[in-house]
Design a protein around this ligand. Sequence first.
Ligand code: ZN
Length: 322
Amino acid sequence: MEEPWSIGVDLGGTKLEVAHIDAQGRVRQRLRMPTNVKGGPSAIIEDVISSVWTLREAADSPPIGVGVGVAGQVEKETGKVTFAPNLDWRDVPLQADLQRSIGLPVIVTNDVRAATWGEWLHGAGRGCDDLLCMFVGTGVGGGVVSGGRMLAGCNNTAGEVGHITVDMNGPPCSCGNRGCLEALAGGWAITRLARETVAADPDGGRLLLGMAGGFIEEINVATIARAVRGGDPMARQLMDRAASALIAGASTLINAFNPCRLILGGGVITGVPELIGRIDNGVRGQALKAACASLVVLPAGLRTDAGVIGAAALAIRTFAVK
Ligand SMILES: [Zn+2]
């Protein structure tokens, strides 16, 4: 009998990736292109459809279904994308449109949720029924698996871990609140603070500024990560603040969900991998002893493939004949 396989789609604001994923969660073939945001929903949907056809024709058997992780809010029952600011979408019936055009079962979920599915089923969370994923990139997102179930919440928004408050009087966040975890530890926030700090103290910020070619607006997370490795005190201070926020946020979540594993991924974590050890130590000092008695803190296992692998795994889990 043919091995079951599925197609995973990772639809972000800059990049669209469509991949053939086997039942073990391995990428067999992938197509990657820039997201045609200017063309509107129909242009992007066309790109997904033609990519699915390409992968389907190259394979010996048809896929079981298609899973899509999209950077936006998704209605659970219908797979409608209600709001996706990076794509400039509102109320796009993505799941229904794709299903009609492709003639295969399609399931649409949020991109961070898809990455959590990936880590749970095929990455650092394999075999674990209680885990927490935190992805620290430009923003901070995550997912919670509790008692062997992915938590979705009442309106399918569970896992917005970037917007838990870690400092009631902290800096403003993109969500309208203050002192969210993301507003202190997200890539955009670290970058914002770094630029402000260098502007206020150009002498102390010499190394950071030099690494950015002399332009404050060129300072980014990669620059700061490099300066941390080079022993720069200002970069270290900036990263210390982000680490403290991540420890506070993770401790709150550990107290709330008592996970067996805390899985950390995203560009800020891969750029400064020592954050994993710091968060591991930090949460043991801040969260309740009982809540982290069996906790293991691990780096994410699938890196940037978590989205396509997770979306495809979700399709197999949803549509495969049991
Ligand atoms: Zn927020």
